[in-house]
Every structure is written in C-alpha cells, then in structure tokens.
Design a protein around this ligand. Structure first.
Ligand SMILES: [Zn+2]
Ligand SMILES: [Zn+2]
Length: 156
C-alpha cells in the first residue's frame, strides 16, 4: 500500500483481470472486463459515475445500470471495497486490506494510511467486524503549502 499518496495503478493485463474475477468467484464476461479495467486504471478512489464515464470512452454499449450493477457485484464478492467518507458519494477502493482514509477538505483528494487491525480487534473483543472505516479529515500537505488555513475551508 502506498502511504499518504494518491493511488495510481499500472494498466493490468487481460490475464491478470481474468484471474482476479475467477479468484473471487465471478464469471468472466467482456463487459465485466471493461468495467474492471476502467476501475483499475482510474486514479484515486473513483465513484461509480467516474468509472461509468471511463467505460463510455472505451465501450459505448455498456449501460450505466450495468456498470453500477457490476461494481456492486465486485464489492459484494469482496474484490473491491468502498467508502462514503465525504457523506454523499460512494467511492470504490481497489485496496481491500483494512486501511484508513484521509479526506482533504480543500482539494477533495482521498489518501490511504495504514491502521493497526490488532489494536481495533483488541478494543472490540468478541465482536464480529463486517465493515471497518477509519476516516480522518483535514488539509493535505500540498494544500497547506498553498497557504490555506484549516478554518478557511468549508468543512463537509
Ligand atoms: Zn489537498
Ligand atoms: Zn483506500
């Protein structure tokens, strides 16, 4: 995992994507491969609309409903995770290992950071955790360099 950086991924090969789908019990279709490629190539933590517009650039035949359903399928099978850090948009995340998120309230960028799962489990003995969100908000280093004070921004 890249710490404190926006996640940029390399273009995956078709074989890698086929393996990803099969490893998660998802049958391989051409449409799923297109959606998966757009998901993997999108920068940061894309929302469904960003993935849909990337899919459109590549293949106009796939409907918005198909893209949304495919993303939900991927998430349901545990191939991707999601976050609602800004309170209104469902962002998808290709990193499924537990990690925290920092939302910059100035530029809107979402950063990953590592969290200690052991500490969380120790704090919740006997609980079965099905979803784990650790959200921090503030101003990223680049935006602080621009001379923006935290209290100058509209907190969401
Ligand atoms: Zn920022
Ligand atoms: Zn993430």
């Amino acid at each position: 995992m890249e710490r404190g950086k926006k996640v940029e991924r390399m273009a995956p090969s078709r074989d890698q994507m086929v393996r990803m789908l099969k490893d998660h019990g998802i049958s391989v279709t051409q449409q799923r491969l297109v959606v998966l490629r757009c998901l993997l190539e999108a920068p940061g933590h894309p929302d469904a609309e960003a993935i849909f517009s990337a899919v459109c650039d590549r293949d106009q035949v796939i409907s918005r409903a198909t893209v949304y359903n495919t993303l939900n399928l991927f998430e349901g099978k545990g191939m991707i995770s999601s976050l609602d850090i800004d309170g209104h948009t469902h962002h998808f995340d290709r990193e499924t290992k537990p990690h925290g998120h920092f939302l910059c309230q100035r530029c809107g960028a979402i950063f990953n950071f590592e969290v200690s799962t052991e500490a969380l489990q120790a704090a919740l003995p006997g609980f079965r955790i099905t979803k784990q969100d650790v959200y921090f908000k503030g101003i990223c280093p680049a935006c602080q360099k621009d001379g923006v004070r935290v209290d100058d921004t509209a907190a969401s």
